[in-house]
Design a protein around this ligand. Structure first.
Ligand SMILES: N[C@@H](CCC(=O)N[C@@H](CS)C(=O)NCC(=O)O)C(=O)O
Ligand SMILES: *[C@@H]1O[C@H](CO)[C@@H](O)[C@H](O)[C@H]1NC(C)=O
Length: 221
């Protein structure tokens, strides 16, 4: 067994972030696919608090929570840094990373799951967050500046995931006119070879839900 393992789920927007970071750093790892409907004892042992993927295992020690894992990777393997060195710039990246997860992802999921009478409000709220993210991207090629950085990996497969959420929830959240910067950024990001070869597609997420009969008011995939 090698030094590095990733316990993940191939369709998870949180998990691909970790694999992209390891690939950027040129780190070999063993990938362990988790069945989230029947969690393995290794997942429960390594992430007993949240019982979620991704988990990075380095020399037998687990690191959980994708944003924490990304920082761990950047600090452990110094080549191709993904976080800026400057403390202020670093704090800005951390701020927006949490915004993506806590407002954009959570907001879109809430809109997808909302009861009929709350739906309109939830969609508006998710769109407001996505609009703020779009302004932040503001026709940048990479969110990391000249090259791929931490925030690029965090936003990552969000556009595909939103497409999936729209279909699952029967709602409309995004279109290229509404969020032009997010759209243009994604066009560029998705063409990068290491990204392209490992990005969850909306149609695979939709098929997964169909196969297992998952509905929006149930569990996050
Ligand atoms: N905040 C966590 C989110 C991870 C997460 O939600 N993982 C999902 C898969 S996308 C999971 O493991 N779900 C299993 C469950 O909730 O039981 C992170 O950033 O790592
Ligand atoms: C759940 O996982 C265990 C081993 O990890 C396996 O033996 C069992 O068959 C699985 N159950 C289902 C319903 O897939």
């Amino acid at each position: 067994m090698g030094e590095v393992q990733v316990i993940g789920a191939s369709l998870s927007l949180f998990c691909c972030r970790i694999e992209w970071a390891l690939k950027l750093k040129g780190i070999e790892y063993e990938y362990i696919e988790e069945d989230l409907r029947n969690k393995s004892s290794i997942l429960l042992q390594y992430n007993p608090v949240h019982k979620k993927v991704p988990v990075l295992v380095h020399k037998g020690k687990p690191v959980a929570e994708s944003l924490v894992i990304l920082e761990y990777i950047d600090e452990t393997w110094k080549q191709n840094p993904i976080l800026p060195a400057d403390p202020y710039e670093k704090s800005v990246v951390r701020f927006w990373s949490r915004f993506v997860d806590e407002k954009c992802v959570v907001g879109a999921w809430a809109a997808c799951c909302a009861q009929e009478h709350e739906k309109e409000e939830a969609i508006k709220s998710a769109q407001e967050s996505l609009g703020i993210l779009d302004k932040q991207i503001e026709s940048k090629k990479f969110l990391g500046g000249e090259k791929l950085g931490f925030l690029d990996l965090v936003v990552g497969s969000l556009p595909n995931w939103l497409e999936f959420i729209e279909e699952l929830g029967g709602i409309k959240l995004v279109d290229p006119e509404k969020f032009p910067s997010l759209h243009a950024w994604a066009q560029n990001f998705f063409e990068i070879p290491i990204i392209k070869e490992r990005i969850p597609m909306a149609k695979d997420l939709i098929n997964y839900c169909k196969t297992y009969g998952l509905e929006p008011n149930k569990k996050q995939v």
